[in-house]
Design a protein around this ligand. Structure first.
Ligand code: ATP
Length: 238
């Protein structure tokens, strides 16, 4: 089966600093694929490049059968690749509903948008209850739900999530991870960047461990979860 996303030998630099040094991986429809690794490994840089916010030095990105390497962010969203960024980046002074509508900015089907807003409220009831309140009044975990809901409003073929568990309490983190599992069960394909390796690998079909700009180990989520070097380096075992 051809992959939905195929990344080949991708290199990305900030000036002279090579942040991503030639990585390759693929994501098939229906899968959760995770990139794990410590701070500065290049995970966020990879997602920002895939969504067209950064231009790669070299390499190729094929999404849904089309080369999207170096294509601008708007076009990438239009092709069905959505990004829920690190730090969530919701608009605190806009209402929850206004934030959700922003995720549909490329869509013209008003009825479809209304339906999808209602589905967001079914998926995340707290967002529905507080739809007219400023998004800045939500807790961190609720803001993460809003960021995910907003990304889903573009009806993506692939949803990229950058550190959805960042800064959340263990209970909230578990809820977010359950939500990611539900999204997959409903057919959403997900590329998940996480520092919480245990949580991410438990959900993932495939995982890739990144260290200083390179993929150093790849395998199924279960294989990596049981890999001794991963357990020592990322799961805090001796
Ligand atoms: P984190 O979990 O902290 O986001 P990461 O794995 O996502 O880590 P990146 O944020 O992609 O890593 O960073 C990769 C490397 O690129 C790091 O060395 C970082 O310092 C560097 N870097 C990131 N953004 C910039 C920038 N705007 N200018 C210069 N260097 C940058």
């Amino acid at each position: 089966m051809t992959a939905l996303l195929e990344v080949k030998d991708l290199k990305v630099a900030y000036g002279k600093i090579e942040a991503v040094k030639g990585i390759s991986f693929s994501v098939h429809a229906g899968e959760i694929v995770t990139l794990i690794g410590t701070n500065g490994a290049g995970k966020t840089t990879t997602l920002r490049t895939l969504s067209g916010l950064l231009k790669p030095v070299s390499g190729s990105v094929v999404f849904d059968g089309e080369e999207i390497t170096g294509v601008g962010a708007h076009k990438v969203v239009a092709k069905g690749l959505a990004h829920s960024p690190e730090g969530r980046r919701i608009f605190p002074n806009l209402t929850i509903e206004e934030n959700l509508k922003l995720g549909a900015f490329l869509r013209k089907d008003a009825d479809g948008i209304e339906r999808d807003i209602e589905s967001s409220y079914e998926r995340f009831p707290i967002l529905g209850e507080r739809r007219r309140q400023a998004a800045g009044t939500l807790s961190g975990g609720e803001q993460q739900m809003l960021a995910m809901g907003r990304a889903l409003m573009s009806q993506p073929k692939l949803l990229m999530l950058d550190e959805p568990s960042m800064g959340l309490s263990p209970i909230m983190m578990q809820k977010i991870m359950e939500t990611i599992a539900e999204l997959k069960a409903q057919g959403t394909t997900i590329l998940l960047v996480e520092q919480n390796a245990q949580a991410a690998l438990s959900l993932a079909d495939q995982g890739h461990v990144m260290e200083i700009g390179k993929v150093v180990l790849s395998g199924t989520g279960a294989d990596l979860l049981h890999d001794e070097s991963v357990r020592k380096a990322y799961l805090g075992e001796d």
